[in-house]
Design a protein around this ligand. Sequence first.
Ligand code: SF4
Length: 402
Amino acid sequence: MQSLKELYKIGPGPSSSHTLAPKRACLLHIQEFGLLDHYVIELYGSLSLTGKGHMTDKIIIETFQPASVEIKFKLDWKEEFPNGFYLYGYDRNHREYKWTVFSIGGGSIQIKEKTLNYNDEIYVETSFKEIMDVCKGKQQHLLDYVNDYEPDLNEHLESCFDVMVDCVKRGLSKEGLLPGPLDVSRCAKKLYQKGIDTSSKEEQDRIKLMSYAYAANEENASGQLVVTAPTLGACGVMAAMVYYYHNDLGISKEKIIDGLKVAGIFGNLIKRNASISGACGGCQAEVGSACAMSAALSGFLNDLTDEEIEYAAEIGIEHHLGLTCDPVGGYVIIPCIERNAVAVLRSIDAMVLSKNLHPIKDNRVSFDMVVNTMNYTGKKIAVELRETSLGGLASEFDVACK
Ligand code: SF4
């Protein structure tokens, strides 16, 4: 598995695969060849079909400024990975510098013509069982396991924590329309107020938690800075949980950062053995993965055992299996924002269920089993329902949105 720095990344919304990943590839190209005179970008797969709504063209043009950039939305992609683009750079002598870029989920990229060192696998273990065998052998916890491999994570995760908290705070303070033609208004601020006005304490907590997810996702939909956890489209689940535990329950930043490490193991295992890309595996890969990570974070912060944390994460993903990705008009708004709000509540339920079920019965379904199932299921989801906006909810809406 790769570093957790490759799982948690700070970047501009609305989509890790469609904004963060192309931006990273363009910046790397500039780093390697300098800023050239002219660029032609051919987008394929989900990048082509939903690139407009996901602001892919905008981020590429911005990154290459002031060079001239031509963006082409193409359909006849022949490469092995479903989501990618050709980047052609031309200098003043018309010499061509071509890269084939794959957007593999969560803002991560692969470049056919270049080996990237941040794709190195630094964790030897590739399943939860193997990880627990190491932990049992060394009589250590999941947190120690991460610290052994990555003793230098704190600074990076502190920045991620700050961005998560800031994006919720900002989102709670804003009103007005979200970008794009869908005519959707921000509602985090009003939802939060509804929570404050509610007399039932239990309902108040739930509404506040959902409003935090709305806040983070509305910032994401507006192209603002958020954190991949594990993706930008699913950024609201973990951000809401982090904000809730820190702001409402007074849990320290240090303890939450430790929780991000433990939750990261589960996101990393899904990334390694299935997918965190909606274009590859549907929304189970994005919001489903975020729910599993959030259940693990919540489990850690509630002092569950490592076995109970695994159970919570497993419940978090098991009940998202088969979830499709059909963003209306290609915008990360409907169903994405509401879906994050629902998932953060589900992650709390998964934690509570694990805590109370584990003393009563063994879990017959391991986290590894669910990840394998998720990989299988993702491949069976029709291409229309894997971030192409060609079917499902997306096709129920006016196609003029595209
Ligand atoms: S439906 Fe899910 S996977 Fe698809 S764009 Fe929205 S959040 Fe991402």
